[in-house]
Write a protein that binds this ligand. Structure first.
Ligand code: GLN
Length: 199
């Protein structure tokens, strides 16, 4: 990474976008809160944060961002979704609310709130060969899991019971959990490398 810092947007309609912006600035990237199509047009990559996918969906349509976001994904903009952000990137969603839409792009089917009310939040360590040692400490908060993956999708991490919780497909990266709140910057660094490889 030489010269100009990478300009990385964080969709800032709802959810924990501030935590992502803080990680980006710690990595020397130029993090930009994205709320309008003009802001989206100026970035080299985008993070869709955790929060509530039904709200992010509604606000993105209300603010005229849904169509520009879909177009950006289709033309290869690197996009990383965490938790609700991963739901927004999924082509298919189980346990969606009535009328809920996603941006799509990821050939996966996710289940919202997959751990149910008994286990709304939990933490565990995940071995992720692409990120090396040590294991990634992953925090799950009312998290989705990936229940089906298409042919072009790489599984980066699974739980011990086999449920898939981190995936990659071309320009897209997604985690069911929240690296932005643990101080482990490896997923963000991995995403910045994807952006650099494209530009
Ligand atoms: N359950 C939320 C949803 O469906 C996701 C939770 C999160 O992002 N931490 O969007």
């Amino acid at each position: 990474m030489a010269g100009k810092p990478q300009r990385v947007g964080v969709l800032a309609l709802q959810g924990d976008f501030r935590e992502h912006l803080a990680v980006l600035s710690g990595l020397g990237a130029d993090g930009v809160a994205v709320r309008r199509p003009e802001e989206l047009a100026s970035v080299d990559g985008l993070i869709i944060p955790g929060g509530e996918s039904t709200v992010i969906d509604k606000l993105s349509r209300l603010f005229g961002l849904a169509e520009p976001l879909k177009a950006a994904i289709a033309t290869g903009l690197p996009v990383y979704g965490t938790c609700a952000g991963l739901i927004m990137l999924a082509d298919r969603v189980r346990d969606a609310i009535d009328g809920q839409q996603t941006l799509g792009g990821f050939d996966i089917e996710v289940r919202r709130n997959a751990f149910g009310s008994q286990l709304e939040s939990f933490e565990t360590d995940l071995d992720i060969p692409q990120l090396g040692e040590p294991a990634v400490h992953a925090v799950f908060i009312r998290a989705p899991v990936v229940e089906e993956v298409g042919d072009g999708v790489i599984t980066l991490a699974s739980l011990p019971d086999g449920r898939v919780v981190a995936v990659e497909q071309g320009n897209l990266l997604g985690t069911s959990f929240h690296p932005e709140i643990t101080g482990d910057i490896r997923f963000h660094r991995y995403f910045l490398k994807k952006i650099a490889a494209r530009s």
